[in-house]
Design a binder for this molecule. Structure first.
Ligand code: SF4
Length: 219
């Protein structure tokens, strides 16, 4: 797929997205505008459905509103609060590590650059990019599993890992889409171009999608 076609698709999907629920991290941004809570929501959301993440975030938010709360809360209590999200034991460790590192190295604040964010154990490129974009309105390209899957399905990139997709997109995706592509394709990937069976018959970009031809559908 050429960049020109991808841009047409993203333009259509940006309009389509307005009628659908936003991903959890975008909702947390709109509600709090707080990089710390955006970072926490992003960690919770990894490998977890939004509907679950949203409930767990609310439970956690009742007791943890800032880095001091996160530093003070016990691992046992954290486990109880977040045990419905995927990989919750690892996430407890990551959350406690975040509290420690923010206090020790960053004056209790979430850093606003990729290098420092990535220096925190448990914070990967997807999380770091999303925090930069949603928390600080800075340029980054977040590649959620839906972005990686769909952008490969369209043949815009040909990559095995999400981090490789990010690097390819940094080379060829026009900058105006960098901050937006994740939220657009996550919403699209959750509702229409889903991992198990794509809903091509109601897809708003059906005519522009090259993948449907590979599946032998009529365009
Ligand atoms: S036509 Fe089907 S495969 Fe193509 S983007 Fe739409 S849902 Fe996905």
């Amino acid at each position: 797929m050429e960049t020109r076609t991808l841009e047409r698709i993203l333009t259509l999907l940006e309009k389509w997205k307005k009628e659908h629920k936003s991903p959890i991290v975008e909702k947390v941004k709109e509600r709090f505008k707080d990089p710390f809570l955006i970072l926490i929501a992003t960690i919770l959301s990894l490998r977890t459905r939004d509907i679950v993440t949203e409930k767990v975030f609310e439970k956690l938010y009742n007791e943890v509103k800032n880095v001091d709360d996160l530093e003070a809360i016990s691992e046992e209590r954290l486990e109880k609060l977040i045990n419905s999200v995927g990989f919750y034991k690892n996430k407890v460790k990551t959350l406690k590590e975040i509290a420690k590192r923010l206090k020790e190295n960053f004056n209790g604040k979430v850093p606003d650059n990729l290098k420092d964010l990535l220096s925190i154990k448990g914070v990967g490129r997807k999380t770091a990019n999303l925090v930069l974009i949603e928390g600080f309105d800075k340029y980054g390209i977040c590649v959620d599993t839906h972005v990686h899957r769909i952008i490969n399905l369209w043949g815009y990139v040909s990559t095995r890992a999400a981090d490789d997709t990010e690097m390819e997109l940094r080379k060829k995706l026009p900058r105006k889409w960098w901050k937006k592509i994740n939220n657009i394709l996550v919403t699209f990937g959750q509702n229409i171009c889903t991992p198990v069976s794509q809903k091509c018959h109601i897809c708003p970009v059906y005519r522009l999608c090259s993948y449907k031809n590979k599946k032998g559908l009529n365009g």
